[in-house]
Design a protein around this ligand. Structure first.
Ligand code: CA
Length: 448
C-alpha cells in the first residue's frame, strides 16, 4: 500500500451516474463507482465461464468486450486476460492494468452520448438474473486468519474462562492453512458433516452427524501479484498485492472442531465447505471507506515489521456486514430471512496489510489467486457477533428468529446469507452482493 494506490479519483465521485439506469437506483450494490469482478456464464448453458464486471443489474461480458474495440491499450489487454474461466492471468498483470480496465469501463459506462464504443459495450451486457457464477480464480492456497479480538474473547471464554485471549493473539495475526477443494460460490449446498466429537463428561468420543453446526461471517482477500519465495512483502507494499475482497462463510462444525483442534488446529471441523460471494470488490473501489487503524494504548503494540504510519492512517476498512438466516419454515411461508447480527470490519484487530505481511515474513510465497479469510468478524457490541456459537452462548441461549423459531446451532434446511456494503457521506454506497449457502441432511451411509 502506498499513498498513490489508495488515492481517490473521478471513479469515486458520488455524482457519477451511468446510462445503465439500474446502477443509479438507491441501494443498488453495483453503481458505477463499484465495478466488481466475477466469473460467470448463462445459467444452465454449456458456455465457457469467463470474467465479467457488475453494473447495476447487468454483467459486462469481458470475453465479448475483448472481441470489440471498446477499450484501448492496456485496458483492452486487461479485458482480454479476463476472457477465460479464471481471473489469475488478469490478477497477475498487476495494479496498473487493473486500474486501466476500471477507468476504461468507467468512462464508457458514464458517457451520456451514444458513440460507437458505447454501443459496442451495450451489446456486451447480460442480465445478472440470467447468469450463474463459479469460483473466480484458481486458488492455489487458502489461509484462514483469526483476527477479531471480540470473536477470540467470546470463543475463548467457552474454552478457557479464566484466560480467554491466548497470549499470542495480540502479537501475531493468527491463521491456519485451510482447504481449497470445498470452496464454492453463493448458492452452494452441502451435507451436514459427519465426524468425531467428545461429549461433555464422556470417556470416549462418538461418531455421527455434527450436532453443533455453525457459520462464520468473514471477508475473503484475493492475492493479485504474489511474491517470490524467500522475499517477504513489506507492510507498506502489502496492498499492492491484494486485488480485492469478497464475502466468505467459513462453515464450522463446532463439536468436531473442539475435539480435534488441539494441538494442530482445525481439520474436519472446517474442511467440508466454505461459501464465497461471486463478486470481488476491488481495493480501488474500497478506497473511500478506509479509516485509521489503531491499537489500544493498553495493548501490546505491533512489532516493527507490522507497524507503519501508513497502516496507522489508512489500514482499517469500514465495511458494514450482516448475517441472515432463512429456515425451511420461513422459506415455505414466503417470509424474508431473519437477521441474526450486524457489524463492521473496522473493528478487526489486525489489518489486511498486516495479514499479508505476516503471511510472508518467514519466506512463504503467496501466489496469484490465493485466498485469505479475515477470520470471523465480530464487533464489540451486543448483537455484533459473527458466529451463532457467540450469539447463542454455545447453544445455551438460543436465538429467536423473526417467526419465533429458535436456533442454538443450525438445522438442516437452514440457509445462511451474508451481506456487505460500504457507505460514507460524500461517496456512493457500494455493495458486495451476497453469499448464501444451504445445509442438507447428513449422509449417514457410514454411520453404524
Ligand atoms: Ca474462520
Amino acid at each position: 500500500m502506498t499513498p498513490s494506490d489508495i488515492a481517490l479519483d473521478q471513479t469515486h465521485s458520488e455524482f457519477a451516474k451511468s446510462w445503465v439506469l439500474s446502477a443509479n437506483a438507491s441501494g443498488c450494490d453495483f453503481p458505477i463507482q463499484n465495478l466488481p469482478f466475477a466469473v460467470f456464464r448463462r445459467t444452465g448453458s454449456q458456455e465457457a465461464f469467463r470474467g465479467g464486471v457488475a453494473i447495476g443489474d447487468q454483467v459486462i461480458d469481458l470475453a465479448q468486450v475483448a472481441q470489440t474495440d471498446c477499450l484501448d491499450g492496456l485496458a483492452h489487454t486487461a479485458a482480454a486476460a479476463c476472457a477465460q474461466p479464471v481471473l489469475n492471468d488478469f490478477f497477475a498483470l498487476g495494479p496498473v492494468a487493473w486500474k486501466a480496465l476500471r477507468h476504461g469501463l468507467f468512462e464508457l459506462l458514464e458517457k451520456a452520448f451514444y458513440g460507437a464504443k458505447v454501443d459496442a459495450l451495450r451489446a456486451c451486457l447480460i442480465a445478472q438474473s440470467e447468469v450463474e457464477f463459479t469460483v473466480p480464480t484458481r486458488i492455489g492456497d487458502y489461509t484462514d486468519f483469526y483476527t477479531s479480538i471480540d470473536h477470540a474473547r467470546n470463543i475463548g471464554k467457552m474454552m478457557r474462562p479464566d484466560d480467554p485471549i491466548t497470549s499470542n493473539f495480540q502479537w501475531i495475526p493468527i491463521a491456519y492453512h485451510g482447504r481449497v477443494s470445498s470452496i464454492g460460490v453463493s448458492g452452494q449446498r452441502f451435507k451436514r458433516p459427519m465426524g468425531q466429537a467428545m461429549p461433555a463428561g464422556a470417556k470416549a468420543p462418538v461418531y455421527g452427524p455434527c450436532a453443533r453446526l455453525d457459520y462464520e461471517l468473514e471477508l475473503g482477500i484475493y492475492i493479485g501479484e504474489g511474491n517470490v519465495q524467500g522475499s517477504p512483502i513489506a507492510l507498506d507494499h502489502a496492498e499492492q498485492h491484494i486485488f480485492g475482497m469478497c464475502l466468505l462463510n467459513d462453515w464450522s462444525a463446532r463439536d468436531i472442531q473442539f475435539w480435534e483442534m488441539a494441538p494442530l488446529g482445525p481439520f474436519l471441523g472446517k474442511n467440508f465447505c466454505t461459501t464465497i460471494s461471486p463478486w470481488i470488490v476491488t481495493m480501488a473501489a474500497l478506497a473511500p471507506y478506509r479509516q485509521p487503524w489503531s491499537r489500544s494504548a493498553t495493548d501490546p503494540q505491533p512489532l516493527a515489521y507490522l507497524e507503519s504510519a501508513l497502516n496507522r492512517s489508512q489500514g482499517a476498512l469500514d465495511i458494514s456486514l450482516e448475517v441472515l438466516l432463512e429456515s425451511d419454515k420461513l422459506r415455505a411461508a414466503g417470509q424474508a430471512p431473519s437477521r441474526l447480527s450486524g457489524t463492521s470490519f473496522k473493528h478487526q484487530y489486525w489489518s489486511v496489510a498486516q495479514m499479508v505481511t505476516h503471511h510472508t515474513v518467514g519466506g512463504c510465497n503467496l501466489q496469484t489467486g490465493d485466498l485469505l479469510g479475515s477470520g470471523t468478524i465480530s464487533g464489540p457490541g451486543e448483537g455484533q457477533a459473527g458466529a451463532l456459537i457467540e450469539l447463542a452462548y454455545g447453544g445455551t441461549q438460543p436465538v429467536t428468529l423473526s417467526n419465533g423459531e429458535q436456533r442454538g446451532f443450525l438445522h438442516d434446511g437452514d440457509a445462511v446469507i451474508l451481506r456487505g456494503w460500504c457507505e460514507r457521506p460524500g461517496f456512493a454506497r457500494i455493495g458486495f452482493g451476497e453469499s448464501k449457502g444451504t445445509i442438507l441432511s447428513a449422509d449417514q451411509r457410514f454411520y453404524p
